[in-house]
Every structure is written in C-alpha cells, then in structure tokens.
Design a protein around this ligand. Structure first.
Ligand SMILES: O=C(O)C1=C[C@@H](OP(=O)(O)O)[C@@H](O)[C@H](O)C1
Ligand SMILES: C=C(OP(=O)(O)O)C(=O)O
Length: 461
C-alpha cells in the first residue's frame, strides 16, 4: 500500500514498512542570487557521489563489516542505500557521513518486498542492473520523471548478451530484472565512454562464468575498478580493456570517501570568474579520471594550485586553492570530455565569462543526463543575454556580459548550481527555478555557498 506525505520541498509516497516508493519535488523551490560578490574561505564540499554509491554496493556484497566515512548524504546515494536495505542488508547510518554496512556476501541479497525506487539516479539504476542481473530473484527498479526518460539500452543490450533477462519500457525505466543464475562472460567494446556501463558490466561479470572484458573508447572514471581491487576482487587492466573473472569474493574494508570534485567544481568556477576570490577546497578527490575540470580551467588561464596531495582509501586527494584570474576562451580538447563529463554546465559559465570563444565538441553524452545539458544550458545562457549556440555534440559560447534574468533547471541539480555561480559576474539578480533537485548531490549547497560569499537566498515559487 502507498501512503502519501509531504515536506517543504517534496511529496513522498511510502510503502507500509516505511520505504520510499516515490518522491516528486513538485513543491517548487527557487534560488534568488543577487549579482556580485566573491568567494573566499576554506571549505569541504560533501562526499563523492560515485564513490558513495559504490561503497554501499560493494560493502553489501562483501564478507564482514565495511565502515564508510565521508559518505554523501544526498538523495542519489541514499537511494542506493535504501535499495540494499530493502534487499535485506543491515546498514547503520548515515550519521555525519559515517555508514556501517554488514555485508551479506556475494549471494546473500534477498528479494525486496516491493519495487526499488532509485529517484533521480542514473548511477544507481545502471550499476544495479548489472549487479542484480545474476541474482536468484526478480526485482523492478523505478525512478523519477527525469530518470524515467533516460536511455537504458546501453546496459540492457550487453546484459542480454550475457544471458540476462530484463524488461524495460521501450528502453527506459522502469526496469524489471528477472534474475538468472547462469550469466555468461562477454568481451564487449563500449559504444560510448561511460563509467556507468563499464561498471554495470563489471558487476554483472562477478556473477558470470568466465572472464568478462570491456574495452573503453576513452578512459572514464575508474572508481569501481579501484574499489574492487581494494576489497580483494582482482581486476585486470590492459590499456583500455578492463577484465574481471566471475565467482570471486569481496572482503569488507574501511572506505574514506573524498569530497566530490564535481561539487567542488561550482566553487572552482565561481572563484575563477569573480574578482577578489581566493578559496580552498579541502580533501577533494583528484583521481586522474576526474580532473578534466582542473585541466580545462587551467587551459583557460585559471589560477589553481594543489596542496597536501595524498592517497586515501585507494583514491588520490588534495586541497585545491583557486584564486580569481581572467579567463580566455579555448577549444576544449576532446580527450578531456569524459574526464569532466559532469562539470560542463559549470564550465559553460566559465566560458561565458572568458574573453573570446569557447568551443566544445564530442560531448553528445551531455544530451542524456538528468536534462539535455547542452540545450538547457544554451537556453539559460541565452535568457541571460549570452551568445551560446548549441551544436549536435557540444556548444559554442562567446564570452561577454551576463545579464539579469530567470532560468530553469529542468530537473537538473548541476544546471541549478551552475547558474547560481553565474550571478557572481552578472549585471543583476538571477532567479533559478526548480532547485529542490540540488539535494540529489549537494545537500547544504545554499548554506555553504552563502558562507563563502555567494549572495544566494532560497525561496518557494
Ligand atoms: O559511474 C558514475 O558514477 C558516473 C558516471 C557518469 O555517467 P556516464 O557513465 O553515463 O557517463 C557520470 O555522468 C555520472 O554522474 C556518474
Ligand atoms: C549525471 C549525473 O548523475 P547520474 O547519471 O547518476 O544521475 C550527475 O550527477 O551529473
């Protein structure tokens, strides 16, 4: 049975046992950001979303108790946590970023009593598809309106080659996975640079007979490979080919989740465009497969320095200091695209403040994120008077003045936060509609941004 309830930002429906069945952020929230200001101080943004998801998934399948610190208490990572609780895994927390997962082993998951609702999270649904394809039970995964429009054939097609039995709604969620216990290994060239598809197939490969190999067209984030290795499950990496042999086990471990470079990005861009800024972002993950934003901003002339570089939990981290510097437009090198894939909405704001033209190509994947990030950013930039021309696989932005105006996030957290930072260089107030989605990846964004100098206010539409 479904029971409705609502908070100030969302409407919920719950199952009788208290699990969330659906959430809609229809009670609209808006940001009103007054022009000007600069960013300063020393802050730690919330935990890495990709690593938080994976800590729950692999911790749940491990033998023993995994302790996670720095866990992202955002809706996407919490959706993954709730999914594993619903499959019988005892998980304590999160409590100030601490989560304790009592692993059930590779074959210890139980059939959930109801559909798994994974909200807005592409990472949850795609990685779980692989992990659940080889279980002995059936499960259906559902999501919110944005997720329900995102393509899933990129995972269901290769999983079908492995012998999985998955039903979709014309290639989109909901996905119903009929568990099979005889998955076969495959050797699969990924048609697009996607860490979600790679990870999905590696997780399915743990349950398949033989050696599953995926070959990437370009390197993508390698958190799954690192965490598997750290938990004692061998992964073979040979150039762009990553392989895993089915039938292994995972050992519980301690996982320190670094601050998310994707969340740090808004402050890196904000400080780069606002004269007088000098901000330090503490304990940020600087995995080489995630630092495209640093590379691109530096090519544009940004003043970014790294300090205290160290390794924690198998991932490199550093404190990142960013001081204002005038930016210039560039042709973004295509090899940087997968390394900065979630950072483009914010980078487009940097381009709007740069001298000259910035050209992005080879980024058609941006069209299938939480929103069509090329079109939605182009619409918002144009509404603010910026010369932004979308192309099939990218955008051309000519730097200049940013005017006052109103923009819409189109259910996309990264669009909302990017336009908030644009106000630092705008000529008047920017109002951003539909911002409750920021809670998916960056709880506390408004308070943290305000504490560093952004003139941001949260209102209800
Ligand atoms: O594996 C991951 O954790 C992610 C991979 C990327 O998606 P794609 O694999 O679709 O590029 C990224 O956009 C997403 O935010 C997180
Ligand atoms: C694309 C993103 O996430 P996901 O695919 O997990 O929804 C993102 O956080 O920018």
């Amino acid at each position: 049975m479904l029971n409705p309830a609502s908070s100030t930002t969302a409407k919920y429906e719950f199952y009788d046992n208290g699990d969330v069945a659906s959430v809609s952020s229809q009670i609209n929230q808006q940001y009103r950001v007054t022009a000007g200001g600069s960013l300063s101080g020393s802050i730690r943004v919330p935990g890495d979303k990709s690593i938080s998801h994976r800590s729950i998934m692999l911790g749940a399948l491990a033998e023993g108790t995994t302790e996670v610190t720095g866990f992202l208490e955002g809706e996407d990572a919490l959706a993954t946590l709730a999914a594993f609780r619903a499959m019988g895994v005892d998980i304590e927390g999160p409590d100030k970023g601490k989560v304790t997962i009592h692993g059930v082993g590779m074959h210890g998951l139980k059939a959930p009593e109801h559909d798994l609702y994974v909200g807005n999270s592409g990472t949850s649904i795609r990685l779980l598809s692989g992990l659940l394809a080889g279980q002995s039970f059936d499960v259906t995964m559902t999501g919110d309106q944005s997720l329900s429009g995102r393509p899933m054939r990129r995972v269901t097609d290769p999983l079908a080659l492995m012998g999985a039995n998955i039903e979709s709604h014309d290639g989109k969620p909901p996905l119903t996975i009929h568990g099979v216990t005889d998955l076969k290994a495959i050797d699969y060239p990924l048609p697009m640079a996607s860490a979600q598809v790679k990870s999905c197939l590696l997780l399915a490969g743990m349950y398949a007979q033989g050696k599953t190999s995926v070959t990437e067209p370009a390197p993508t984030r390698d958190h799954t490979e690192r965490m598997l290795t750290g938990m004692g499950y061998p992964v073979e990496v040979n150039g762009n080919q990553i392989s895993i042999v089915g039938g292994g086990t995972l050992k519980a471990t301690q996982i320190d989740v670094p601050a998310d470079i994707s969340s740090a990005t808004f402050f890196m861009v904000g400080a780069s465009i606002a004269p007088g800024s000098d901000i330090t972002l503490l304990h940020v993950g600087i995995n080489p497969t995630r630092i495209g934003v640093i590379n691109i901003l530096r090519l544009m002339g940004a003043d970014i320095s790294l300090a205290n570089e160290r390794i924690t939990g198998g991932e490199p981290v550093a404190d990142i200091r960013v001081r204002y510097a005038p930016l210039k437009g560039i042709n973004i090198p295509e090899e940087q695209v997968p390394l900065a894939i979630d950072e483009f909405p914010a980078l487009f704001i940097a381009a709007a403040c740069a001298e000259g033209e910035t050209l992005l190509t080879g980024a058609e994947e941006l069209r299938v994120k939480e929103s069509d990030r090329i079109q939605v950013m182009a619409d918002g930039l144009q509404a603010l008077g910026v010369d932004a021309k979308p192309t099939a696989d990218g955008i051309r932005i000519t730097g200049g003045k940013i005017g006052a105006g109103e923009v819409h996030s189109h259910s996309d957290h990264r669009i909302a936060m990017s336009f908030a930072m644009a106000a630092l260089r705008a000529e008047g107030t920017i109002v951003i509609h539909d911002t409750a989605n920021v809670a998916t990846s960056f709880p506390g964004f408004v308070e943290l941004a305000a504490s560093c100098g952004l003139h941001i206010e949260l209102n209800h539409d």
